[in-house]
Design a protein around this ligand. Structure first.
Ligand code: ACO
Length: 431
């Protein structure tokens, strides 16, 4: 079949050019504009990249209108129902579901890389006792590159793989240590007899003083949330990791950049912002007032946990997590906590309100994830850290895919310059 092309004509100077249309396995065709500047002398303008594909990728597919999310072709609903986080991690990294023996081997590798260097532990002492755990994560994860010179050759696929394993394995240990530092408790070493999520709960909630066994409902909920948050195509933090990595920076630095991007309330910070918002609203009697604030264009208040850049009908992750959220609240939450009733009412009111319905602003995954984490006893400032643990898998998968892409070069967006034209320097005496 002949290549599909699109002819572009500049009415200003009569020049025209043929642009190639590229088809992926699914999704809309994409216009290849790489020759546009050479042929026509013009750039394209697409602020915040709402309509621009930045790379080829075979990891995750999203159809925002249909509410579809698939990892390596597998629907998120099936993975959420039947898989576990580490199996999903393997799938995202290697492209296929593992055989039983491949899975066992992968699990062993991750299990035996969970410890961090003893000297790295002393880094935490440098942070003030009330440092935000995400701030600690950015610093400590970035510093990992200083510890692993044995495997930092980014052009060596085996080195890239070892770095990927290290990051997936150590992220829960660093996250739990950030939390323990924050609350002034001793760090707990990982336990190799527990699975990934159980071990994380142990490092978060155990103390050296008594035995601790993770609650199976908490383990199940965490597994599910980690699966749902594991990857999401070219979102802000994934794109940050790719752009950082495009300069051939080391992978630990790239993932630290991803953590920094995730922290913002418009992205991963939304789950913390949801709980802060619920605390601010305080009581169901205040809901109408806050809905009015969210609609008021002169008020910067937004209903956190509502709306999504890509999903304009529903967030499939929210549909899955909603049920678990209600189960967790029923079984684990303190039924007297007014916050959970407030969240239920707010969800109902916003789903019926014309402003939210017309703009297709539905609860996103993070409306529920924060509520679940709260019910599991996790503090607000740890919610985005939980997201970061799960998304590390996506970041690493995208970084590995990019590093093995023959088209890979340093990223370099263009701009529309709106500053002053050329002018001469004026000395102080004449200004
Ligand atoms: N509350 C009130 N109004 C909203 C909200 C909200 N949460 N979200 C969007 N709107 C309104 C906007 O004011 C705008 O209204 P207008 O057309 O009258 O001007 C319209 O809906 C479209 O909003 P945009 O900001 O253009 O939508 P965009 O796609 O750029 O933003 C975003 C998506 C950032 C997620 C936004 O909906 C938001 O800020 N939501 C709250 C934060 C949040 O929950 N983020 C988590 C995203 S999920 C994740 O990262 C895993």
């Amino acid at each position: 079949m002949a290549d599909k092309t699109l002819t572009l004509k500049n009415n200003g100077n009569g020049k025209s050019t043929e642009l190639r249309l590229i088809s992926g396995t699914e999704g809309p065709d994409v216009m290849d504009i790489s020759s546009l500047y050479r042929e026509m002398g013009i750039f394209t303008y697409d602020p915040v990249f709402v309509a621009t594909a930045s790379c080829h990728s075979s990891i995750t597919y999203i159809d925002g209108d249909e509410g579809i999310l698939r990892y390596r072709g597998y629907p998120i609903e099936q993975l959420a129902r039947s898989s576990n986080f580490l199996e999903v991690a393997y799938l995202l990294l290697y492209g296929e579901l593992p055989s039983e023996s491949q899975f066992n081997e992968f699990q062993e590798i991750i299990r035996y890389h969970t410890m961090i260097k003893e000297t790295l532990k002393s880094f935490f002492d440098g942070f003030h006792y009330d440092a935000h755990p995400m701030g600690i994560m950015v610093g400590v994860v970035g510093s990992l590159s200083a510890f692993y010179h044995d495997s930092l050759d980014i052009h060596n696929p085996r080195h890239r793989e070892i770095s990927a394993h290290r990051m997936i394995a150590k992220m829960p240990t660093i996250a739990a240590a950030s939390y323990k530092h924050n609350i002034g408790e001793p760090f707990m070493y990982p336990r190799n007899d527990l699975d990934y999520c159980g071990n994380f709960l142990h490092m978060m909630f155990a103390t050296p003083c008594e035995d601790y066994e993770p609650d199976p409902i908490a383990v199940k909920a965490m597994n599910l949330l980690f699966i749902l948050h594991a990857d999401h195509e070219q979102n802000a933090s994934n794109s940050t990791v790719r752009l950082s990595g495009s300069s051939q920076a080391n992978p630990f630095a790239c993932i630290a950049a991803g953590i920094a991007s995730l922290w913002g309330p418009a992205h991963g910070g939304a789950n913390e912002a949801v709980l802060n918002m619920l605390q601010e609203i305080g009581d169901v009697s205040q809901i109408d007032k806050y809905i009015a604030k969210a609609k008021d264009k002169d008020d910067s208040f937004r209903l956190m946990g509502f709306g999504h850049r890509v999903y304009k009908n529903f967030d499939p992750r929210a549909t899955i997590i909603r049920e678990v959220c209600h189960e967790v609240l029923e079984k684990l939450a303190d039924s007297n906590n007014p916050m959970f009733e407030l969240a239920r009412r707010l969800e109902e009111v916003a789903l019926e309100d014309d402003y939210f319905v017309e703009r297709k602003l539905y609860p996103n995954v993070d409306f529920y994830s924060g509520i679940i984490y709260r019910a599991l006893g996790i503090r607000n400032n740890m919610f985005t850290v939980m997201f970061a643990i799960a998304r590390t898998v996506g970041w690493v998968a995208h970084w590995m895919e990019m590093m093995s892409d023959p088209e890979q070069r340093i990223g370099r967006p263009r701009q529309i310059y709106t500053g002053a034209g050329e002018r001469d320097y004026v000395p102080f005496s004449k200004r």
